[in-house]
Design a protein around this ligand. Structure first.
Ligand code: SDX
Length: 375
């Protein structure tokens, strides 16, 4: 039921203004600070896009070099957090462990009691810089592996892969991974970003807003979809099985993970970019099985429901081909989105108004209170 003021799930409701990213379903386009995502994937790096989001403009060479070295200087995390990771149950959920790490990081941030713009920018940069360690240390420790210290010769994305897998990725894999991070950085008022903005709109802090965002991103209707999409492809198993599998799933009203979008109804521009990369990496690695299986799933979904893939579908099999553990896919989404989340929180705090929508009450009215012994 929609009224002039009410729309389920806030669908179609404008809940605020932003200058950070523009999701344009009419043109199937996504822009970060006015730059088209296609141009950024083609020409930029994750570090440069993170700078663009946090600072609001593309850096010149001096600003870029200083930012990259600042990220490298800030890569380490307190030993107490590493020790705490060792106390967590084995094989804990990586998104839950990320929440533990961020909560502990907040306690040691030198700017924890300063919510000025510049302090918030410093906290944003620390969070971007430290997410690789929080994610890879907790993951490796919980799986009984030694942690891998960061390598200062590597960029942000390739260093994450090195810390996760213990071996340096080749330049092609690093390029594809960096492109996926650029695609994941920001996307308007998606659920996790909006959760972050609601949190800091009470004048709470950037770390608390980050915890809200991680919690929202974990859900399979949001960032958790990339993991579920790969599990689905593994269950489908081959291109030959795909059509029947999808038809059966649709017949039982299942949601096909990695498909559909609240905003894009005729295609997610990030999915188009990454699907092309999926074809390329499959070719380069000589393993077309998952790309072909995905293509049949996509064709069946388009024919049966006119529903197209979103960013989480191609990333699923690209990361699988890279040999990344499936349970780390959503933390990778967070690894990139932390640049978007912090930019939005800074924007919210710079011109804040408490976010507090109304509720449409549908319960009983004026009910008489009856004493307990007479109920
Ligand atoms: C992300 O918001 C963002 O910007 C998010 C994101 C970002 O960058 O932050 O883009 C990242 O979260 C992408 C989405 C990842 N989630 C999934 O892939 C999960 C599967 N997708 C669906 O759950 C769904 O498409 C949503 C949640 C993404 C969008 O849901 P909506 O807008 O609430 O749409 P809906 O559920 O009301 O669906 C409308 C119709 C329904 O059919 P009817 O019940 O009306 O007959 O389309 C159907 C749905 O059943 N439908 C699907 C489907 N998605 C929609 N049917 C099968 N499989 C699907 N994936």
């Amino acid at each position: 039921m929609k009224t002039a003021e009410y729309s389920p799930g806030l669908e179609g409701i404008i809940a605020g203004t932003t200058t950070i990213s523009h999701v344009n379903p009419e043109r199937n386009s996504l822009m970060y600070r006015g730059y088209d995502i296609k141009d950024l994937v083609q020409n930029s790096t994750f570090e440069e896009v993170a700078y663009l989001m946090i600072r609001g403009h593309l850096p010149n060479q001096g600003e870029y070099d200083a930012f990259c070295s600042q990220l490298k200087q800030e890569r380490s995390i307190p030993q107490t957090i590493i020790e705490t990771f060792k106390t967590l149950p084995a094989k804990s959920n990586p998104m839950d462990m990320l929440k533990v790490g961020v909560a502990l990081l907040a306690l040691s941030d030198p700017d924890k009691d300063d919510d000025s713009h510049e302090a918030n920018v410093r906290k944003a940069i620390r969070l971007v810089a430290k997410f690789p360690a929080l994610i890879t240390y907790s993951y490796r420790i919980s799986r009984g592996q030694e942690i891998v210290q960061p390598d200062a010769s590597l960029g942000h994305g390739e260093n994450f892969l090195y810390m996760l897998l213990g071996k340096k990725p080749d330049s092609y894999i690093s390029h594809v991974f960096d492109s996926s991070l650029i695609c994941y950085v920001d996307h308007g008022f998606n659920a996790s970003t909006f959760a972050a903005r609601v949190t800091v709109s009470t004048l709470s802090d950037i770390y608390s807003g980050t915890l809200s965002a991680i919690g929202a991103l974990k859900g399979p209707l949001h960032g958790g979809a990339n993991e579920e999409a790969m599990k689905m492809l593994l269950e489908v198993g081959s291109p030959e099985n795909a059509e029947a599998w999808v038809l059966d799933a649709l017949a039982t009203k299942k949601k096909i993970m990695g498909f559909g979008h609240r905003e894009y109804k005729t295609g997610d521009p990030r999915a188009a970019i990454l699907t092309e990369m999926g074809a390329e990496i499959s070719e380069k690695l000589g393993d077309a099985r998952w790309y072909k299986t995905a293509s049949v799933v996509e064709a069946t979904m388009n024919r049966e429901k006119q529903i197209l893939p979103n960013v989480d579908f191609p990333t699923s099999y690209i990361y699988y081909l890279m040999g990344l553990p499936i349970e780390i896919y959503t933390p990778i989404f967070a690894l990139a989105r932390i640049a978007g989340w912090t930019s939005h929180m800074i924007e919210q705090l710079d011109n804040n108004r408490l976010i507090r929508p109304k509720a449409l009450y549908e319960g009983p009215q004026h009910v008489e209170y009856v004493a307990r012994d007479r109920r």
